[in-house]
Design a protein around this ligand. Structure first.
Ligand code: FES
Length: 104
């Protein structure tokens, strides 16, 4: 079973904000969307650039570069010009800590 990794105190991530962490040499963006937490690899599958600064809408993130959309829960691509999913990580809060699993 994949272990849960403490990434940050829950209090360090306000609603509507995100933080960037390094997880096994990947940049991962952790989001607090109205008290729900999501984590995705911070790399758009279209052109390999960061995606964390994109606009969030209905549990989807819109790439700031060319507008591809991805599901924050699953990483599934929802809109061209990207055609491949990005990595999404199970995320939870336990005892005041945001925890994620790296299942890759
Ligand atoms: S780099 Fe994200 S849509 Fe092009």
């Amino acid at each position: 079973m994949t272990e849960w990794i403490n990434v940050a105190p829950e209090t360090s991530l306000a609603k509507g904000e995100h933080l960037l962490i390094t997880l096994n040499e990947s940049s991962v963006a952790v989001f607090n969307i109205e008290g729900k937490f999501y984590s995705i690899e911070d790399m758009c599958s279209h052109d390999g650039t960061e995606i964390a600064s994109g606009i969030i809408k209905d549990e989807e993130i819109i790439c700031p570069r060319h507008g591809a959309r991805f599901c924050l829960k699953t990483g599934a691509v929802k809109c061209a010009p990207a055609y491949e999913a990005i990595a999404a990580f199970p995320t939870r809060v336990v005892d005041g800590w945001i925890q994620i699993q790296d299942h890759r």
